[in-house]
Design a protein around this ligand. Structure first.
Ligand SMILES: [Zn+2]
Length: 263
């Protein structure tokens, strides 16, 4: 989970320009929808105030026209998609904003395109994420049917410990458990964490990392493995902060003398 800076683009201009540039069978439909789209854009801000937006009805023809904006290759659309990536912090530009584990290879529509086609090219609705998160989230609507996800622009992550990380050894194999702290149990953060199956995904990645460190100890000795932990800790805490899952993992490993205790 990594926050995203608010885009500086003038999104109303984007949509007006893209419709203007676009020459295809949907152009008349899109021109007819322009006022409605702009009204919906001004409603999107309600998400910032923890509000919810309900889908509105569009005909099949209108839905197709709106979806075609996303797949359009107009000059403005291209600039917009470049900026979705450029706005990322260069220190974590390849790390999925939803999970903080996988690499970015897709763009998620926070309010899914299937239900909110009018936001198909609204910059604030486009979140660069990994394929696994995108597949799990699918076209679920945030805030409906118990599903909910952080909006990484509006939901500012707390600058404090979010979860506990515990390491134990079962038959010499490290076992890792992350638990969200009780104070966050009723928050969107907790729902995001469980809906995207982050507990199991982060735990799996953490075990892999522990095994890497164990292998380093076996190959190069304990001092080298400990230095590697310190190097990784310094790098990750500088890039992602001390509350990021992997930084938290490494600090726990250091606290329990993982290198000395793993066999
Ligand atoms: Zn992800």
């Amino acid at each position: 989970m990594i926050n995203l800076r608010c885009p500086s683009r003038i999104e109303i201009d984007d949509i007006v320009l893209i419709i203007g540039e676009k020459y295809n069978p949907h152009k008349t439909t899109l021109l007819g929808l322009k006022t409605k789209i702009l009204e919906r854009y001004s409603k999107y801000i309600e998400l910032e105030l923890n509000g919810r937006i309900k889908p509105i009805k569009f005909s099949i023809n209108e839905k197709n026209a709106l979806a075609s904006l996303y797949s359009s290759r107009t000059k403005t659309a291209k600039l917009l998609f470049d900026e979705v990536i450029n706005v990322l912090n260069p220190n974590h530009s390849d790390c999925c904003l939803y999970c903080g584990i996988g690499e970015i290879d897709q763009i998620d529509h926070y309010l899914p395109q299937e239900h909110f086609p009018e936001f198909s090219i609204l910059h604030k609705n486009l979140i660069p994420i990994c394929g696994t998160c995108n597949e799990i989230k699918g076209s679920n609507i945030p805030g409906i049917n118990g599903k909910d996800y952080l909006h990484l622009i509006y939901d500012i992550l707390p600058i404090e410990n979010i979860f506990d990380c515990a390491i134990s050894f079962i038959d010499k194999v490290p076992s890792i458990s992350y638990t969200i702290l009780p104070k966050f149990k009723n928050s969107v953060l907790n729902t995001h964490f469980s809906e995207l199956r982050l507990k199991e995904r982060i735990e799996k990645k953490s075990v892999q990392y522990c095994l890497q460190i164990k292998a380093l100890k076996e190959q190069f000795g304990s001092p080298y493995a400990k230095e590697e932990l310190t190097r990784d800790f310094n790098k990750l805490s500088a890039f992602f902060g001390i509350y990021y899952w992997k930084t938290k993992l490494i600090s726990t490993m250091i606290n329990i003398d993982f290198v000395d205790n793993v066999n």
